[in-house]
Structure formats: structure tokens, C-alpha cells
Design a protein around this ligand. Structure first.
Ligand code: UD1
Length: 364
């Protein structure tokens, strides 16, 4: 019997861990345990995802909550260490690039436990992004690296990671999207918000580089002010963005803009339905670049770089940075020529988690 501790902590982790927990069922030699660090804790940021995606109740919740990066990372490490000592797992599996990923990875390897990283090898080459540090550190200490797109293979090769540790398995986030598409179709979110298919845009923004600076937020408001003249914008707002609008004194500008609807963060199924039927999605998220690629919906990524280049070379994603004029002109281009066919990146076929579980079962 091989004991695997699986870590999730923040919203984008939940759709990655869900298919893995399911895939372990095919392997009776694996005993999976699920640990929630509590990095995200609100109903909208956490509980809803467990309910909708059928993720088993976590075996343990470390309940760390929000804090500075150092404090949050340190608290996760402190609370995870005794759990590793108690359960003596064969593997610790971490997903994505959040603080919970790197914190639990460090604890595992320092106790001599093998570490597997799901979504390894992605690089934005921007060390000002907290997630980039988390990715580089986690990959450098992992024994098994599960890669979602070809750029990941190249990056890990350049960094000298031995080939035998690296497996190109596909994208677990897309496993979840494929498994839930039909269910999401049943969502009433468009009716509730009185939106018609293809007649609205969706925005999500939460990265420090966009929402921690009042000048940047002012520029973003100018962009929305242009775009809303074409189609209304729905903006399910991340709690850190909401807090910043108030703190930086720009809430009024966003809240009083006609055609801009700020709503609470949504559950997975409602948001999937909202994205799938949008005209254009504007975002700084990582996962949304991938999801829109599979949905065949135009995505404008309001960042200077992406760690997921396959969404540009094969998908529907365009990097637009933060230059207002460029964002608006790219928006107009998307409206004039929406994507007709979306290419599916290699192995984004809904079976990534099955591949990972099989490799872990063999390696145990
Ligand atoms: C984290 C991840 C980021 C990911 C994002 C998705 C890191 C470094 N960042 O950023 O990669 O894209 O999650 O959401 O791990 N808050 C709540 N309720 C919650 C959670 C957070 O109100 O359930 C608020 C708190 O005010 C908190 C702030 O959001 O201070 C930020 O949360 P935190 O987990 O520190 O980082 P995120 O910005 O969510």
C-alpha cells in the first residue's frame, strides 16, 4: 500500500486535485489522503468547489488563512510537518504554483519524502511574479514532474532536470473542464444576470501587478469604459481586488460605471457557463487562458508574459499587456473576427489525471 498526501490550498488548485482524487480509485494499491492548507477559505473561494466538483472532504485542514507570503508559507510548513511525520507517506503530490504548493513541497523533501509536482515546467521568466518563484523552487526539488504542455518539457531540459523524472501527461485542469461541461450547461447564471449568449464580456483580475497600483487600476477603468460601450462587462471580483479598490480609493469609479457589473466570485459551474458563452474574456489568470482555449472563446491576457504559451500558439489567447490602446484595439479585433475553430493542445483530452495516477502507482 502506498500512502499519497495530496495538497490543495487555493482556488485554482481545486479543479486540478479533483480529477486526481478520482483517478486514484482505479489503483487499489494507492491510499490517497487529501490535505487542504486553508489558504483559501471562503465559501465562494473554496467550499463551493468541493461541492460542485465532488472532491472528497479533506482528511485534514491546516486552516492557515490569509497572511503575508512569508507568514502564510511558514505557517503551512509548520502545520504540515507533523502530518508528514505522522503519516509517513510514500509521496507528497502538489499542484500548480501557489504558496501551498511550494510550502508543502519543501516540507516533504526535507523529511526525505518523494515529491511529485503536477503542472511542472511552466515558466513566465518573470521573477517578480510570486508564482514564478513557487514554480522554479518546486520543480527544482521534485522527484516526479508532470508536464501539461510542450514548453514545460523544454524549460525543464534547459534547467537540467533529468528526463526520467519528467512526464508529459496533459492538463488536469482540462480534465475537470471536460468532465463538467454538460453539468455547467444547466447553470442558470445567464438568466440570473439577464445576459444573452455572445452579448457580454467577462473580466477577472487579481494579480498584484494589476490590482495593487492605483495608476494601473485607473488605466484598467479607462479600458472598461471603452469596451462597455460595445457590450456589457461582467466582473466576478476576487476578494483581494475588491479590497484594493476600496483601499486605493478607486471603488467609486468601478462601481458607478454603466455596463460594468461587479459580482461575487462564482462557483465553478456558473463561471464555466459564463466563460463559454462570452464574446471576449479579459483576464490575468493562468487557468482561464487554458480554459478559453478549449472553449474556443477569445481571451485577452492583461499581462506582459505567460507561462502557458501553447494557449497563444494553438489556442485563442493573446497577450495584451497593460497598454490601454492596445487592449482596446485587440478587443475590437476579437469582436470582428472571433475564433472559428479552436485547436486542442496535445494531451488536453481529459485523461491527464489517469496518466498521473498510473505513473504514481508504478513508482510506488
Ligand atoms: C492565490 C495564488 C495565485 C492564484 C490565486 C487564485 C499565491 C502566491 N497566489 O492568490 O497564484 O492565482 O490564489 O485565487 O499562492 N481572501 C479572501 N478569502 C479567501 C481567500 C483570500 O477574502 O478565501 C483574500 C484575503 O484578503 C487575502 C487575499 O484574498 O489577503 C489574497 O489571498 P492569497 O491566498 O494570499 O492570494 P491570492 O491573491 O488569492
Amino acid at each position: 500500500m502506498s500512502v499519497i498526501l495530496n495538497i490543495c490550498g487555493a482556488r485554482p488548485n481545486f479543479m486540478k486535485i479533483a480529477p486526481l482524487m478520482r483517478a486514484y480509485h482505479e489503483h487499489p494499491t494507492i491510499r490517497p489522503l487529501l490535505i487542504h492548507t486553508g489558504q483559501h477559505y471562503d465559501t465562494n473561494m473554496s467550499t463551493l468547489f468541493f461541492d460542485q466538483l465532488g472532491i472528497p472532504k479533506p482528511d485534514l485542514n491546516l486552516e492557515v488563512g490569509s497572511a503575508s507570503h512569508a507568514v502564510q508559507t511558514a505557517q503551512i510548513m509548520e502545520r504540515f510537518e507533523p502530518i508528514v511525520k505522522e503519516h509517513k507517506p510514500d509521496w507528497v503530490v502538489v499542484v500548480g504554483d501557489v504558496n501551498s504548493t511550494v510550502a508543502c513541497g519543501l516540507v516533504a523533501v526535507k523529511l526525505g519524502v518523494r515529491l511529485a509536482h503536477v503542472e511542472a515546467g511552466l515558466r513566465s521568466f518573470d521573477r517578480a511574479m510570486p508564482e514564478e518563484i513557487n514554480r522554479v523552487v518546486t520543480d527544482s526539488i521534485s522527484d516526479l514532474l508532470f508536464v501539461s504542455e510542450p514548453s514545460g518539457l523544454e524549460n525543464l531540459k534547459h534547467e537540467g532536470v533529468p528526463d526520467e523524472r519528467v512526464h508529459f501527461v496533459g492538463n488536469v485542469m482540462i480534465d475537470t473542464l471536460r468532465a463538467n461541461r454538460d453539468k455547467a450547461e444547466q447553470s442558470r447564471v445567464l438568466d440570473e444576470l439577464k445576459l444573452a449568449k455572445g452579448q457580454y464580456n467577462v473580466v477577472t483580475l487579481h494579480r498584484p501587478s494589476n490590482v495593487d497600483d492605483p495608476v494601473m487600476l485607473g488605466r484598467i477603468a479607462d479600458v472598461f469604459d471603452e469596451i462597455r460601450k460595445d457590450l456589457p462587462i461582467v466582473f466576478p471580483m476576487h476578494p483581494r481586488t475588491l479590497a484594493n479598490l476600496g483601499r486605493l480609493g478607486v471603488a467609486e469609479r468601478f462601481q458607478s460605471m454603466d455596463g460594468l457589473r461587479i459580482v461575487e466570485p462564482m462557483g465553478y459551474l456558473d463561471f464555466l457557463k459564463l466563460m463559454a458563452n462570452a464574446a471576449v474574456v479579459l483576464t490575468d489568470s493562468g487557468g482561464i487562458q487554458e480554459e478559453t482555449t478549449i472553449l474556443g472563446v477569445s481571451c485577452l491576457t492583461m499581462r506582459e508574459n505567460t507561462e502557458r504559451p501553447v494557449t497563444i500558439t494553438q489556442g485563442t489567447n493573446t497577450l495584451v499587456g497593460t497598454d490601454g490602446a492596445k487592449i482596446v484595439s485587440e478587443y475590437r479585433r476579437c469582436r470582428q473576427s472571433p475564433p472559428t475553430t479552436a485547436q486542442v493542445p496535445e494531451k488536453w483530452d481529459g485523461r491527464a489525471a489517469e496518466r498521473i495516477a498510473a505513473i504514481l502507482a508504478d513508482a510506488s
